[in-house]
Design a protein around this ligand. Structure first.
Ligand code: MN
Length: 743
């Protein structure tokens, strides 16, 4: 795909002519003429005639060999949104297929929604649902976004950043899930250029600085490898593999590597005719050069979910330098670059017979998207689940039968069980991972072999609702409890609300009287009070949430005199996992007795407990207790390097966090790694100050390569609070890594 140089409509037709018959080329031309006519008065932000944009979009689609309807839709994608033409006009002139695609990429009218956020989420949802019905919608949308990103320069900087962020959040992950790497890479590189220009240019500069040296090395390595592959007597291509700026940036940021430490900058690709040849090439390379352990991946035997296949290995190449080698067939290469678009490529003669449904079934991701839609209340919810579960990293696990399953990262065996079948989920009693029993809340890792243990008579447990990661599993569990026993739920809901009120030393008599319950029933939109209790009972509505509303909406409490008490009692956090406050009545006593009542030790009372100064554990961390002679018990983070020896482990005692009060402050020590620039420190401190009122200490240093390491000590409530601060700090431009420090 070329950049910075626009294609003419004639050139687009030339590309079409390479793979379409005359009638179809004429159809595309008709779409061009229509678009040129209706857009003729309009200009782009660059000042150029508007038609240049649809022409480039059509060109991108034609270069992917998309069918004539899709290329025509490329020409027509903006006519409904930006001109007087209606969808009905498009359907009448170009048929139902084209109008369906154009409808899918047309935004919803601005005037229906209150906030920009709401409108944005609605538009994303509309586009995704249209795509789930016809994948060609996303092909046009990606081509549209790609050309917009290529010409983003013309917009205001704030708009540039907003669009680039949206591209990284929605469109690049979508392209990735569909396997269209060619578009994904370009979108990512262009986005980084606008979101983080300093880093972008720094990496470009670093890549250029030793380019000659690297290219000479690759040429040498290719000669070396050729000598052994030639001996196989097969046909093959071999070449140095280009690296993408964003992927380098991500490695530096996520793995905290310096540029000089990234050895996969040196990479070679070998493309052959058959799978057999792939393994033959791998064998001949491994028999001559040592592979680096843990770096070999067989994506041919176990393809990625988006269909990607290849062999990856890293060998100690000539001169002792690590060298990454990818081996694949020509067919796999097509799919690696073009993903679903490769399956879809129009083939002259059989185009009319393409069965879209059959192809769509292969794309699991859109089945999942439809499922999320069924279970979301609104567009914002829906997009949150899509980002968390579909665009996030995935883990690949195996069934005992060797079948590969894909789940969002963070999933537990129960998520897997519910993915297999609702019945497997509901009857789960335990799970084995790699042959060993694990707790049901074990976090699945890549390559785990997962076996569910079930029992016909066993039923789901209520705490599973909080444990599972995927909304699919959560909804199935909720549904189970909703139906199971309504009366029981009403009873449990009643009890849960009573307990929560008692925990806050509030009168159950007062807040659960007819007047208050009616108030809550109305606020949460239930038909009657039983439905309210029922919802609390089966876990749809958190009791904290109800009590918050009861207190804040109580007419009496609105009086100024009680305002202070109100602030103390109201829990603003409505997240279901939020820690419950310690009951007021016991809180004072406990705090006087021991500063660390936030930790409980199994079976032991009155032990002197201290938090280790080396790793500073905070509520929510995995912790261990370490017995010191005469000095009681020290609490370390489970991963603290100071307590990893076998000797130390003998002195471990099992401990856990109690429910912790929100006021309690714990110190967390962080190292922030960033590329230094003017104003960096200032921005970091602003983020910290707006998220905690307790900044304890700051110091920093610079290394030779202008990399800054800034150490901060901050007061936090718990791990959730700390994670929030860390994720906001990571959004500051030029920050690429944040670590909790251990002494
Ligand atoms: Mn457009």
């Amino acid at each position: 795909m070329k950049k910075n140089e626009d294609y003419t409509p004639d050139q687009v037709l030339d590309i079409c002519r390479e793979y379409m018959n005359d009638e179809h080329v004429e159809f595309v031309n008709k779409a061009y003429n229509f678009a040129a006519y209706v857009h003729k008065e309009q200009k782009r932000a660059t000042g150029e005639p508007y038609i240049i944009h649809p022409t480039q979009v059509a060109q991108i689609l034609a270069s992917l060999h998309m069918d004539p309807y899709t290329v025509a839709a490329g020409y027509l994608h903006d006519v409904v949104e930006d001109t007087n033409v209606t969808l009905g006009d498009v359907e009448e002139l170009f048929g139902n297929q084209v109008s369906t695609i154009v409808d899918g990429v047309t935004k919803i009218s601005k005037y229906k929604y209150h906030s920009h956020q709401e409108l944005l989420a609605e538009n994303h949802r509309k586009m995704l649902l249209a795509t789930a019905k016809d994948l060609r919608v996303i092909m046009v949308k990606l081509a549209d976004r790609l050309h917009n990103m290529r010409t983003l320069k013309a917009l205001r900087p704030d708009k540039q950043r907003r669009i680039a962020n949206e591209t990284l959040e929605i469109y690049a992950p979508l392209a990735d899930r569909l396997g269209i790497s060619k578009i994904k890479w370009e979108l990512e590189d262009l986005s980084l250029h606008y979101i983080n220009p300093q880093q972008y240019y720094r990496i470009v500069h670093l890549m250029n600085s030793k380019r000659d040296q690297r290219e000479a090395y690759i040429a040498e390595a290719i000669d070396y490898i050729k000598t052994s592959v030639d001996a196989l007597g097969i046909k093959y291509d071999i070449y140095g593999r280009p690296k993408h700026i964003y992927s380098i940036y991500k490695k530096m940021r996520d793995k905290h590597k310096q540029f000089s430490e990234l050895y996969d900058l040196l990479a070679i690709r070998i493309v052959v005719d058959s799978v057999k040849d792939c393994y033959a090439v791998l064998g001949s390379i491994h028999s001559k050069w040592k592979p680096i352990p843990g770096r070999f991946k067989d994506y041919i035997a176990v393809p990625k979910a988006n269909g990607y296949q290849s062999l990856h290995t890293t060998i100690i190449g000539p001169g002792g330098q690590p060298l990454e080698v990818q081996i694949r067939t020509f067919e796999m290469h097509e799919i690696a670059e073009y993903g679903v678009a490769a399956h879809w490529a129009y083939k002259e003669g059989n185009f009319e017979g393409v069965q879209l449904d059959e192809n769509e079934q292969k794309i699991d991701v859109f089945r999942e998207i439809l499922e999320l839609q069924e279970n979301s209340d609104n567009a914002a919810d829906f997009m949150k689940s899509v980002k968390g579960e579909i665009f996030n990293d995935r883990v690949y696990i195996f069934t005992p039968q060797g079948e590969v399953r894909e789940l969002p990262k963070g999933s537990i065996p129960l998520d897997f069980a519910y993915q297999v079948h609702t019945e497997v989920g509901s009857h789960s009693v335990g799970a084995k991972v790699n042959g060993r029993m694990v707790p049901l809340n074990y976090q699945l890792k890549n390559g785990d072999i997962v076996e569910m243990l079930t029992n016909e008579s066993s039923t789901p447990s209520r705490d599973w609702i909080q444990m599972v990661y995927t909304s699919r599993a959560r909804n199935k569990i909720k549904r189970y409890f909703r139906i199971k026993d309504r009366q029981e739920n009403i009873q449990i809901g009643h009890e849960l609300l009573e307990t929560e009120l008692k925990n806050r030393s509030l009168s159950t008599k007062k807040y659960l009287d007819k007047k208050h319950v009616e108030l809550a029933t109305n606020i949460f939109n239930f038909t009657d009070s039983e439905e309210l209790y029922n919802a609390v009972g089966y876990g749809e509505l958190s009791p904290i949430n109800v009590i918050h509303k009861l207190i804040s909406e109580d007419p009496e409490n609105k009086k100024k005199a009680e305002k202070k008490e109100l602030e103390e009692n109201v829990i603003t956090e409505t997240h279901e996992n939020a820690p419950k406050p310690i009951p007021e009545s016991t809180k004072l006593k406990k705090e006087q007795a021991n500063a660390n009542t936030s930790i409980s030790v199994q079976g032991i009372d009155n032990l002197l407990i201290r938090l280790a100064k080396c790793c500073n554990p905070i509520p929510g961390d995995d912790i261990v207790g370490y017995i010191t002679k005469g000095r009681g018990l020290t609490i370390h983070r489970a991963d603290c390097p100071n307590v990893q020896s076998d000797e130390a482990k003998k002195r471990f005692i099992e401990v856990s966090w109690n429910n912790v009060t929100r006021e309690k402050r714990y110190t967390a020590e962080l190292d922030i790694y960033a590329f230094n620039r003017n104003g960096l420190l200032n921005e970091l401190l602003q983020v910290i100050n707006s998220n905690t009122n307790s900044l304890i200490n700051v110091n920093g240093r610079l290394d030779k390569e202008k990399m800054a390491v800034i150490h901060v000590s901050v007061g936090v409530n718990n791990k959730e609070h700390l994670d929030q601060i860390i994720s906001k700090l990571k959004n500051v431009p030029d920050v690429y890594e944040i670590k909790r420090t251990v002494e």
